[in-house]
Design a protein around this ligand. Sequence first.
Ligand code: 5GP
Length: 210
Amino acid sequence: MARASHTSRPRRGILFILAAPSGAGKTTIWRGALKAIASLEFSVSLTTRGPREGEKPGFDYHFVSEEEFNRRLQSGQLAEHDRHFNAAYGTPRAPLESAIREGRDILLDIDVEGARQIRARYPDDAVAIFLLPPSPADLERRLRGRHTETEETIQPRLMRATREASEYPAYDYLIINHDVDQSIHELAAIVDAERLKTSRFRGKIALWQS
Ligand code: 5GP
C-alpha cells in the first residue's frame, strides 16, 4: 500500500537519531529504513576516514581532509562532532536546521557522543533511538564478519561498545537488532508515532483553533 507523504503536515521536521555501538548493524538498518519509510531523508556526515568498499561519496559520507573538517568545525558549520578510532565525524548544521523549519524529517546515523550533542542542541526536535545487537558475542561475530577490522581494531570497538551500551536508558527508544526486517519495522513504527504526536501540531491546526 502506498504511504502518504508527510511533507505537507503543518509541523516542524523531526531529527531521528539512530545511535548504536559500531558493528550493531546500523548501516543495514538505516539503508532499509530509508526505502521503507516515506519522506525520510538521511543526514550525510562529514568524515576524515577513507571510503570503505561500496561506500559512495555524498551518499554514505562526505569524505574530507582533517584541514577541511577543522575549517568547517571552527566556522560553526557542524551541529555536532566526535572522534572515533583516529577519524573525525560531524553532522553538517545547515541541512538539519532547514529541514526542521520546512517540516522535513531526517535520519541521523551518529555515535553516542554525537547523539548527546544533538539532543542538547535540539531538545524539542530530536528523537533518540538506540540500536543494540542481541549480545556482546553477537557484536563480536558481526565485527569479524564484515572483514574490515583487524584484531587491533576489534578489541577497542568491543570495549567501546560495552561502555556505550550502558547508556541506552538515556534514549527515547530501544531496538534490539535480532532481525533486520523486524528492526526496520520497529523503526518505522517509531517514526509514524512520533509524526503523530499532538505536541508537534500544537497551535498549528488552524481549522480547529477558533
Ligand atoms: P563508521 O566509520 O563505521 O562508518 O562509523 C563509526 C561510528 O561513527 C559509527 O558509530 C557512526 O554512527 C559514527 N558516526 C558516523 N557519522 C557520524 C557523525 O556525523 N557524528 C558522530 N558523532 N558520529 C558519527
